[in-house]
Design a protein around this ligand. Structure first.
Ligand code: NAD
Ligand code: 6OD
Length: 478
């Protein structure tokens, strides 16, 4: 798959190139152009022109129709998208078939529905009123797009997470410059082809490839022509982007890192809690921002839970690799650190040997740890691999204190059969998303995002429409 920039309705691949490496076996599978400052400038200028041209003038229902054509176009090339996502990420094919590509289609349809189905809520509210002392006035509010929006996305769910922002940004009438992760450029290139075929006006959607610091990501997020930034990635990167954007006071929406807790109470359906925790710790080899890395289990069921979780982790076979050699090395360094910090390794703890081509790839073993103090770095820092630490607790208050003692606050899971406890505990967990007796059950209209170092703002449904448009009040003296 040949990655290309898409700027002002034209595909181009100028700039130096870097190799694309398959994480599953370490082979080189392509070359990616690195966007220079000039390419980024061109993309931002094209986006600005689109806003001043046919894209800016397009009616909301026509934008909704365009989003539906994009959804249809992705569906029509379903297999190509699946192949590209599997090649770039090394994830099991079934995941791309059931999550990545259908969700990308869903993102475009959901925002077309929201926009076209309920334009009165998305776009205008009228409030008759009066201003004190100066007579009666009519106030009404219109929503207008922010302008040129930079969308910077990570490698872990490349198509899903970029379209999660691109679809609502376009729905609201913004022009987009997207920069996917340098590790996973392929589905973004396919998406640009689909958008081109769908007939969006030139410049409404632009794509630039390349790295982050000192490169395309930094050029884009510090660009004076960018009116807003929607970013998903590491918290430290979010902080760097904020510093870079500060000179222009560019608004940001941030979905950042996590160190997500799960609380398993002794009254839980233990089989369901185990199934859910295996999914939440090891899906996509732990490379989902919502994955659990800290499990707290009420003491009466702690030993049984740890034993069974360890067995389940050891039994996992069809798991994908880390995204890169560098990320594999980072995860393995945390496995070593955990040992040095005094962990008991219940399962995994190293790199597997398959005896086939996968040994050239970047796999690490699903790993279960116990015995660490809460102050250990491997309990506090995001590892972003297939690993969890399991610790016991005795009371509900203690469980909450342990869960909340983290710089992060993205997602959590609570496992209990006690309805009152569920309602008591869930609102007290300091995360943006709390799942009760489930994990990663997603309705696209619900607010999505984190507290503390896990993000700024919420996306999803009308929360995304709120970020990607600006309310403007018009006050008329009567
Ligand atoms: P990352 O922060 O390294 O990179 C994300 C994107 O930012 C990439 O496109 C990268 O090129 C770009 N980038 C890097 N440095 C930049 C800079 N200085 N300026 C501008 N752009 C820059 O993240 P990653 O390794 O790709 O993804 C994994 C991380 O993302 C984890 O921390 C994970 O928790 C987080 N994540 C969070 C969510 C969420 O919804 N909260 C979702 C997915 C991933
Ligand atoms: O499902 C989603 O909408 C979403 N934003 C998932 C994020 C996963 C993080 O890796």
């Amino acid at each position: 798959m040949k990655a290309e920039h898409y700027v002002d309705g034209v595909f181009r691949s100028d700039g130096p190139v870097f190799p694309l490496v398959a994480p599953v076996d370490g082979t080189e599978i392509g070359a990616v152009p690195e966007a220079t400052r000039e390419v980024v400038d061109d993309a931002v200028a094209a986006a600005r022109s689109a806003l001043e041209g046919p894209w800016g003038a397009m009616a909301a229902e026509d934008r909704a129709a365009a989003l539906r054509r994009v959804a249809d176009g992705v569906e029509a090339r379903f297999e190509e998208f699946v192949e590209a996502e599997v090649a770039d990420t090394g994830r099991p094919r079934a995941f791309a078939e059931t999550v990545d590509v259908p969700r990308a289609v869903g993102n475009f349809r959901a925002y077309a529905d929201l926009l076209y189905g309920r334009p009165e809520r998305a776009y205008t509210t009228r409030i008759p009123g009066w201003s004190s002392g100066t007579g009666e006035a009519l106030n009404y509010t219109v929503r207008r797009p922010l302008g040129v929006v930079a969308i910077v996305s990570p490698w872990n769910l490349p198509l899903l997470l970029s379209t999660w922002k691109i679809a609502p940004a376009l729905a609201c009438g913004n022009a987009v410059v997207a920069k996917p992760s340098e590790e996973t450029p392929s589905t973004a290139t396919l998406l640009a082809q689909v958008i081109d075929d769908a007939g969006l006006p030139a410049g409404a959607f632009n794509l630039v490839h390349g790295h982050g610091p000192g490169a395309a990501g930094e050029f884009l997020t510090g660009h004076p022509g960018v009116d807003a930034i929607a970013f998903t990635g590491e918290s430290a990167t979010g902080a760097a982007i904020m510093r870079n954007a500060a000179d222009h006071v560019t608004p940001v929406s941030f979905e950042l890192g996590g160190k997500n807790p799960a609380l398993v109470f002794a009254d839980a359906d233990l089989d369901a809690a185990l199934d859910g925790t295996v999914r939440s710790c090891f899906t996509h080899s732990g490379q989902i921002c919502l994955c659990t890395e800290r499990v707290y289990v009420e003491r009466p069921v702690f030993d049984e839970f740890v034993t069974r979780l360890g067995e389940r982790a050891r039994a996992l076979e069809d798991y994908g690799p880390m995204i890169s050699a560098a990320h594999r090395d980072k995860v393995l360094s945390y496995y070593r650190l955990a040992r040095e910090e005094g962990a008991t390794v219940v399962a995994g703890g190293g790199a597997p040997e398959f005896g086939d081509a996968r040994d050239g790839g970047f796999h690490v073993e699903p790993t279960v740890l116990t015995g660490l103090p809460e102050t250990a770095r491997s309990v506090r820092e995001e590892i972003f691999g297939p690993v969890c630490h399991v610790a016991p607790f005795d009371t509900e208050d203690e469980a909450l204190a342990l869960a909340n003692d983290s710089p992060y606050g993205l997602a959590s899971a609570v496992w209990t059969r006690d309805l009152s406890r569920a309602h008591r505990v869930a609102p007290r967990v300091e995360t943006g998303i709390v799942w009760v007796n489930c994990w990663n059950l997603r309705d696209l209209r619900t607010p999505f995002g984190g507290v503390k170092a896990s993000g700024i703002g919420r996306e999803g449904g009308e929360y995304s429409l709120d970020f990607f448009s600006e309310p403007v009040n018009v006050c008329i003296q009567i």
